[in-house]
Design a protein around this ligand. Structure first.
Ligand SMILES: *[C@@H]1O[C@H](CO)[C@@H](O)[C@H](O)[C@H]1NC(C)=O
Length: 292
């Protein structure tokens, strides 16, 4: 069994972490097509879960959540550029945003299905490099807010936070997990603890992915604390939240999954605060929001 192992030890500020990066030919067989962790979210009516929105279409077998988004205001959602790109590929297939979604097979308390009126994909988005992997969706009518349906808290500075190896974070998504040896769309959203890397650290790790030699513009990486946990297709746009001053704030979005790589790659994360100016402008004046 060919196996190589690199240990990168980094001491930055107050944070010390050892990253073990294992490349093994056995990794592919032992790969578990994900889940975001295995921990089902049963109570969506608390932060950060109350800000997570499912993007769905109806299939004969039931609703399929093909991406997630995060609520910024009662009528504007943010997701990854790749997710919005895929929506455009759905063409005439009707899809909708579901706020307050918890169980795909039930109508939940506070669940609201709302169609999407307009999409703005960042004008620098590149589907092959994943540069500027961010997009906004405007709902056709405002969602009714409640304790189960709430805009996300914005990222803020916190003197106690560790920005190079932020271990206060989690990832949330609906992507598939394995049931009876078959990938199945998760009925409930799931979450897992992740460490979000600061962009200087992420740049050090970038050469590990030969297919993407440069860190995409406006992205960083996150690593699941439990390495068997991965993000997968349908987790695009899932929320990455971190704790700042006691709140779960919006740190990022699942930019690209890491479930079908034969080395344990980190999750590519859209660095939402990097796009704050563009977001502010679009929230202020949707018609002046530049788009692809
Ligand atoms: C996307 O990036 C690739 C690689 O840098 C480049 O060749 C291509 O032209 C870019 N596409 C667009 C639409 O800018």
């Amino acid at each position: 069994m060919a196996s190589s192992s690199t240990v990168v030890m980094l001491a930055l500020g107050s944070c010390l972490l050892v990253l073990g990066v294992h490349a093994s030919s056995a990794a592919f067989q032992s790969l578990r097509p994900r889940v975001i962790g295995g921990t089902e979210i049963r109570d969506m009516c608390r932060s950060p879960f109350s800000s997570v929105v499912a993007l769905q279409f109806d299939a004969p077998a039931g609703s399929v959540t093909f991406c997630s988004a995060v609520m910024l205001t009662e009528s504007i959602l943010v997701t990854s550029g790749f997710c919005a790109w895929r929506i455009q590929e759905l063409e005439d297939l009707p899809y909708y945003a579901v706020v307050g979604e918890r169980d795909l097979q039930m109508t939940d308390f506070d669940e609201q299905k709302i169609s999407v009126a307009a999409i703005r994909i960042h004008s620098g988005f590149n589907v092959s490099t994943f540069d500027n992997n961010i997009a906004l969706l405007r709902l056709s009518k405002p969602a009714t807010l409640s304790s189960c349906v709430k805009p996300a808290f914005k990222m803020e500075t916190d003197p106690t936070a560790c920005s190079d190896f932020d271990q206060s974070c989690m990832v949330v998504g609906w992507g598939p997990f394995v049931e009876n040896n078959r990938p199945t769309n998760s009925r409930l959203p799931r979450y897992a603890s992740v460490t979000v890397l600061g962009d200087n650290v992420a740049k050090l790790l970038t050469p590990l992915d030969v297919n993407k030699p440069n860190l995409p513009v406006g992205s960083t990486f996150a690593e699941t604390v439990n390495r068997n946990i991965k993000t997968c297709f349908f987790d695009w746009g899932g929320m990455i939240s971190c704790r700042r001053n006691g709140n779960h704030v919006l740190r990022g979005l699942v930019g690209e999954h890491n479930c079908n790589s034969n080395v344990p790659l980190p999750i590519l994360v859209t660095d939402v605060p990097y796009f704050q100016k563009w977001l502010d402008l679009c929230l202020l004046d949707w018609n002046r929001c530049t788009s692809l």
